[in-house]
Design a protein around this ligand. Structure first.
Ligand SMILES: [Zn+2]
Length: 150
């Protein structure tokens, strides 16, 4: 089980290293200055439900593979978006070679494919590489347009 999987993230605000779980309710904050921390996690078919679908924060899913050239450009851009939008979005990276079930389930024909999930439901999709500012705009617009839970 992945319930205890954690990672160490440095706070962008005060520099304090924080240990944060891959799966949790809400969003992680710095133990020192209480600013939201960027949340970036890896998931596979085993723990995708726990890490991505059960997240209360909207999730940006990066479906990528090690042999995919454009993925190597998109992934750092997405990590930047996740840092800039800390507390508003969680980035979950899925290696499709390790999780063909997820690739099949989301009907992914080409990678990178990016999904935005809101409480487990796909609300937007972007296929192929795009410049960082376009990706950021897409995420911002999608979050702005999503229906807020009552
Ligand atoms: Zn801090």
């Amino acid at each position: 089980m992945s319930g205890t999987r954690t990672q160490t993230v440095s706070c962008e605000n005060c520099g304090r290293a924080n240990r944060i779980p891959a799966a949790a309710q809400g969003s992680p904050r710095c133990g020192n200055c209480h600013q939201p921390l960027p949340w970036i996690a890896d998931a596979d078919s085993q723990d995708f439900a726990e890490i991505a679908e059960q997240s209360t924060l909207p999730v940006l899913v990066d479906l990528w593979a090690t042999w995919c050239g454009p993925c190597r450009m998109v992934s750092p851009a997405l990590e930047r978006v996740a840092r800039e939008m800390a507390g508003r979005i969680k980035l979950v990276k899925v290696d499709v070679d390790k999780s063909p079930q997820l690739q099949q389930r989301f009907g992914v024909q080409a990678i990178p494919t990016l999904l935005i999930l809101d409480r487990g439901k796909e609300i937007s999709r972007q296929t192929g590489a795009a410049p960082p500012n376009i990706l950021r705009d897409w995420v911002e617009k999608t979050l702005a347009g999503r229906t807020q839970p009552a």
